[in-house]
Design a protein around this ligand. Structure first.
Ligand code: PLP
Length: 426
C-alpha cells in the first residue's frame, strides 16, 4: 500500500467549517429538508445578456493569450477603474487571473513578510498565507466601530512587528460584515501605512455593491503608491463561475508585477480566452451593464436592510451593512441563556441553528474571531434572482406581502431565527 507524504504546509490546513456547513446544508436540501441557506455567498442573478452573448460569440477564440491578460481587456479595465473609481492605474499595470482569489494567493505567495488581517475578514486569506508558511496576524476590530480597522489597532500591531515588511489586506466593502470604510478612516490608515511602508492589498470584489450613494472610497486614493487593488466579474457582474479576476498594481510596485507575471507564466499561463472576451464586454461596454448593476444593488440593499431590521427585532447586535451581501450579527445579548443549552462557541451556535431551526450560517471563528465569539455571518442572497429581477420595480414599492412572495426563504429564515431567540427569553 502506498502512503503518500504530503507537503506539511498543506497538512496544516484544517477542513473549514464553511465548507462543512455548506455541504451539510446542501445535503439536507437534497434530502428534502427545508434549509434557510444564509451560509452561501454568490450572486443569485443571471449574467447580463450582453456578457453572455460575448462569451458565445467568442467560443472560437482558442489561442493562449498573453500572461498578463488580453491587452484590450487590460486597457478596458484600466479605463473602467479610472472612470468609475478615479484610480490611476495604467493598462500595463493590470493583471488578469482566474478569479481574484488566485491572484491574491499568487501575490501572498511571492511576497515576504507577515499578512495582517483585520478580524473579522474573509475566510480564505489565512489559509492562503498558511499554504506559503507565512505568519498571519489577525487584528481584532470592534463591533462599535462597525468592525472597521482603526489606526490605533493597526499601529499597535505594526509597531510590535518592527522593521520587517508587512502586508495588510483590507476588504472594502467587507465580507463578512458589510462594512464600508469612511473617507476619514481611509485617510488616516493611509498615513499610517505610508509611515510603516506597509504594502496593502485592497480587495474590492464588492466595490459596486454599495448602499451609501457616495462615490467608492479606497486606500488606493490616499496611498496609491502602496495599494494593490483586486476585483473581478464574480459579484456585481454575477459571473462567479466564469472565474475572472483582475489585479491593478501601482507603477511603484513594478517589481511585484514582474514577479507576478513570472509566477503566472509558470502556473495557469493565462485565463481562458473566451472568458477574457466576455470580460472585455463587461468592462469595455459598461454602460450596457450599468442598469443591471444599479438594479441588483438596490435589491441587495433591500434584502440587507430587511434582514438587519429582523436581527435587531430578534435582539441581536448587528452593525448595518453599507455594502456586499453579508451581515455579521452576534448573540452576545443571549450569552447566559445560550450557555444553559450547552452552546459555548460560534460553531456550537451555528450547528444548533442548522439542526433545530433549519438555518445555515457561518461562525465568527471562520473569520479570525475567537472560538467563543458568538457572531455569525449571514448572507442575504437566498432568493430566485431571475424572478426578483422580473418583478422588481422599486424599493419603496415593497410591502410585507411582496417581500414574502419574492424573498420567501429570507422571510421564513428570519421568522425561524426569531423563534430561536424567543426560546432563549423563557
Ligand atoms: C472577500 C472576497 N474576496 C475575494 C473573493 C474571490 O472572488 P473571485 O471569484 O474573484 O475569486 C471572494 C469570493 O467569495 C470574497 O468574498
Amino acid at each position: 500500500m502506498i502512503t503518500p507524504a504530503l507537503n506539511p504546509l498543506v497538512l496544516s490546513l484544517k477542513e473549514s467549517a464553511t465548507l462543512a456547513i455548506n455541504l451539510k446544508a446542501l445535503r439536507l436540501r437534497k434530502k428534502g429538508k427545508k434549509v434557510y441557506h444564509f451560509g452561501f455567498g454568490q450572486s443569485p442573478f443571471p449574467v447580463p445578456d450582453n456578457i453572455q452573448d460575448a462569451l458565445r460569440k467568442n467560443a472560437d477564440k482558442k489561442d493562449y493569450l498573453p500572461t498578463q491578460g488580453l491587452p484590450e481587456l487590460c486597457e478596458a479595465v484600466s479605463v473602467f477603474y479610472r472612470d468609475e473609481f478615479c484610480y490611476n492605474f495604467s493598462s500595463d499595470n493590470v493583471c488578469v487571473g482566474p478569479g481574484s482569489k488566485e491572484l491574491i494567493f499568487q501575490l501572498i505567495y511571492l511576497m515576504e513578510g507577515p499578512l495582517l488581517v483585520p478580524a473579522p475578514s474573509w475566510v480564505s486569506y489565512g489559509p492562503q498565507a498558511a499554504l506559503r508558511g507565512k505568519e498571519i496576524v489577525p487584528i481584532m476590530t470592534k463591533r462599535e466601530n462597525g468592525y472597521r480597522l482603526q489606526i490605533d489597532e493597526l499601529d499597535r500591531v505594526a509597531h510590535k512587528l518592527g522593521q520587517k515588511q508587512k502586508l495588510l489586506i483590507i476588504n472594502n466593502p467587507n465580507n463578512p460584515t458589510g462594512c464600508l470604510y469612511t473617507k476619514d478612516e481611509l485617510e488616516e490608515l493611509a498615513k499610517l501605512c505610508r509611515a510603516y511602508q506597509i504594502i496593502v492589498i485592497s480587495d474590492e470584489i464588492y466595490a459596486m455593491i454599495e448602499f451609501t450613494n457616495k462615490p467608492h472610497s479606497s486606500l488606493a486614493h490616499y496611498y496609491p503608491e502602496g495599494t494593490i487593488v483586486t476585483g473581478g466579474l464574480s459579484k456585481s457582474f454575477a459571473a462567479g463561475g466564469y472565474r475572472l479576476g483582475v489585479m491593478l498594481l501601482p507603477r511603484e510596485l513594478k517589481i511585484i508585477l514582474n514577479a507576478l507575471k513570472s509566477v503566472i507564466s509558470e502556473t495557469f499561463s493565462s485565463v481562458s480566452a473566451p472568458i477574457q472576451y466576455a470580460a472585455l464586454e463587461a468592462y469595455g461596454n459598461f454602460e450596457l451593464v450599468r442598469p443591471f448593476i444599479e438594479k441588483t444593488c438596490e435589491i441587495y440593499q433591500f434584502t440587507s436592510e430587511y434582514m438587519h431590521d429582523r436581527f435587531i427585532k430578534a435582539g441581536l447586535n448587528c452593525p448595518k451593512a453599507d455594502g456586499s451581501f453579508y451581515l455579521f450579527p452576534d448573540f452576545e445579548n443571549y450569552r447566559e441563556n445560550i450557555r444553559k443549552k450547552g452552546i459555548l462557541t460560534g460553531i456550537n451556535i451555528c450547528n444548533y441553528l442548522l439542526e433545530h431551526f433549519n438555518i445555515a450560517a457561518l461562525p465568527g471563528s471562520d473569520f479570525y474571531m475567537p472560538a467563543t465569539n458568538l457572531g455569525a455571518r449571514f448572507a442575504s442572497v437566498d432568493f430566485d434572482g431571475q424572478k426578483v429581477l422580473n418583478s422588481w420595480t422599486n424599493r419603496k414599492d415593497m410591502d410585507e406581502e411582496k417581500t414574502k412572495s419574492l424573498f420567501p426563504y429570507l422571510v421564513e429564515g428570519c421568522d425561524s431565527l426569531e423563534h430561536f431567540t424567543k426560546t432563549l427569553c423563557v
